[in-house]
Design a protein around this ligand. Structure first.
Ligand code: HEM
Length: 77
């Protein structure tokens, strides 16, 4: 099944402030982290949702495996 494509500005609206949905892009995929307690209001440590955080993962004390339990809602174009 093909997933929808979203632009950066569509992703930016899902920053935990402007809409209820909280999305994060990582390596071209957009994950819905709305139900995560660790992304409440779109904030995760010093990082904000609603953007591509591929390059920021190197700062994290964890791997990309943290995304496994979240649904992919689309692709970033
Ligand atoms: C200073 C940088 C960061 C710190 C200190 C941090 C810390 C943490 C901690 C302690 C957890 C929970 C324990 C674990 O699953 O290992 C976590 C989960 C997570 N982190 Fe990070 N993180 C950072 C950056 C990032 C970045 C840049 C991303 C996205 C690319 C990210 C995405 C996630 C996700 C999706 C979870 C899972 C949330 C959940 O299970 O509810 N983190 N992070």
């Amino acid at each position: 099944m093909s997933l929808p494509a979203y632009t950066k500005s569509q992703l930016a609206l899902r920053n935990g402030q402007d809409r209820d949905e909280i999305w994060v892009a990582y390596r071209g995929k957009i994950y819905d982290v709305t139900r995560s307690r660790l992304w409440r209001n779109g904030m995760h440590y010093e990082h904000w949702a609603g953007q591509d955080l591929s390059n920021e993962l190197t700062d994290a004390p964890h791997t990309e495996g943290v995304f496994d339990k979240f649904e992919i809602v689309g692709y970033l174009v």
